[in-house]
Design a binder for this molecule. Structure first.
Ligand SMILES: [Zn+2]
Length: 380
């Protein structure tokens, strides 16, 4: 079956646009949830499902609708030959376009599926969105208990299978003190010294190479001038691992390092100026600013066997990859999920120079369609 198509115009990827596109493609039960995720069910099953709703029978096909770019970023979309240029054109224009193309192909071919297929345009995948859309879906009993397989379309390409969910935890640590004059108030506790001490201690934490676990102190802020004891200082820390246990261990180590550093600086400040009357001491906060759960697909999972068989059938070589995608949420819950590309080729993701080339996109689309047909089954 050839499902090669033109690049679909999905650049206005708001939830409202997706809803309209889902309706136009004949999906049924089209709805938007509280956070902006858009749902539609393959038509022959919307009716059946209202009669009987077998548990965990849905195959979900999703693509995130958000981009990393702030609202109002000029899109400045251009086409040169088979290439489109513009922010978000590949991540996740390619995924969203492929999702719509598959819905259109199923409709055109009038294929009746044995189990229901759920189309989802979800919000909040990127950055500080922190997988908000997918997290919300899998917190709802209606979906949590009925989605059996999740096929997630993210970006371009057809040569990867994301089956390992890289988890991350991110924190902002804010230390506050009374501040003061560098000369006349010498001895007052110094929040920047607390952070320096905490970073030193935390960075001594021994990390395993397997499961790979990493940390980064990515941002540090604080102080007003060279001759002022700062009133506050903060840092942002990123912890990543494929293992939830390792992330928890590293988080505990970070919290301990900060606590110890606050105590040490309080003691040092007393030593520096024992007679000084202090108006107030140090306080600190550890504020979580991101939390993506880790997980791994079982090597015997059906979804993995299916995509492998489809790739063999298409003569497509694909590598298993570890990444942080919408698949983190179902994978962390022990559900079967993979993230794959929407076909074609892309580059410059997360930059204003992002591009998408639809050459060879039919391979990616066939791969998605065949995987869905095998997962959902074709009705007799
Ligand atoms: Zn993406």
């Amino acid at each position: 079956m050839s499902i090669r198509g033109s690049v679909l115009p999905v650049f206005s990827r708001s939830s409202r646009t997706s809803r309209i596109r889902f309706c136009t493609l004949g999906l049924e039960d089209v709805r938007t949830d509280d956070v902006g995720n858009v749902f539609g069910v393959c038509p022959d099953h919307a009716r059946q499902m209202t009669k009987q709703a077998p548990a965990k029978q849905y195959t979900a096909l999703s693509a995130h609708l958000d981009t990393v770019f702030p609202a109002g970023t000029p899109l400045n979309l251009r086409q040169h030959g088979s290439r489109l240029y513009g922010p978000g054109v590949s991540d996740n224009g390619a995924g969203a376009a492929a999702l719509l193309a598959v819905a259109a192909a199923l409709r055109a071919a009038k294929i009746a599926l044995a189990t229901p297929l759920l189309f989802i345009g979800n919000v909040g995948e990127e950055g500080e969105g922190d997988l908000r859309g997918m997290r919300h879906i899998f917190s709802q009993p209606k979906w949590k208990d009925s989605i059996r397989h999740s096929l997630i379309l993210d970006g371009a390409g057809s040569d990867t299978i994301v089956a390992e969910a890289l988890g991350s935890r991110r924190f902002e640590i804010i230390v506050r003190g009374p501040g003061g004059h560098s000369w006349s108030d010498f001895g007052m506790p110094n929040p920047i010294l607390v952070l320096a001490h905490a970073i030193h201690t935390f960075s001594q934490t021994v990390l395993p190479t397997s499961p790979k676990t990493t940390f980064n102190v990515g941002v540090i802020r604080g102080g007003t001038s060279v001759n002022s004891i700062p009133e506050s200082a903060s840092m942002r820390v990123d912890i990543r691992s494929t293992s939830m246990a390792e992330m928890e261990r590293l988080e505990a180590s970070l919290r301990f390092a900060v606590e110890q550093a606050v105590e040490a600086e309080s003691r040092s400040s007393e030593r520096r100026s024992p007679s000084q009357k202090r108006s107030s001491g140090l306080t600190y906060e550890v504020v979580p600013i991101g939390n993506r759960p880790a997980g791994e697909l079982d090597s015997n999972a059906r979804i993995l066997k299916v995509i492998r068989a489809v790739d063999a059938h298409l003569g497509n070589a694909a590598q298993i990859q570890r990444a942080s995608t919408d698949a983190n949420i179902p994978l962390s819950l022990g559900r079967e999920a993979i993230a794959i590309g929407g076909g074609g080729v892309g580059g410059g993701a997360h930059t204003l120079q992002e591009w998408f080339d639809c050459t060879g996109r039919d391979l990616g689309l066939k791969r998605i369609l065949l995987t869905l047909l095998a997962l959902a089954g074709v009705a007799e």
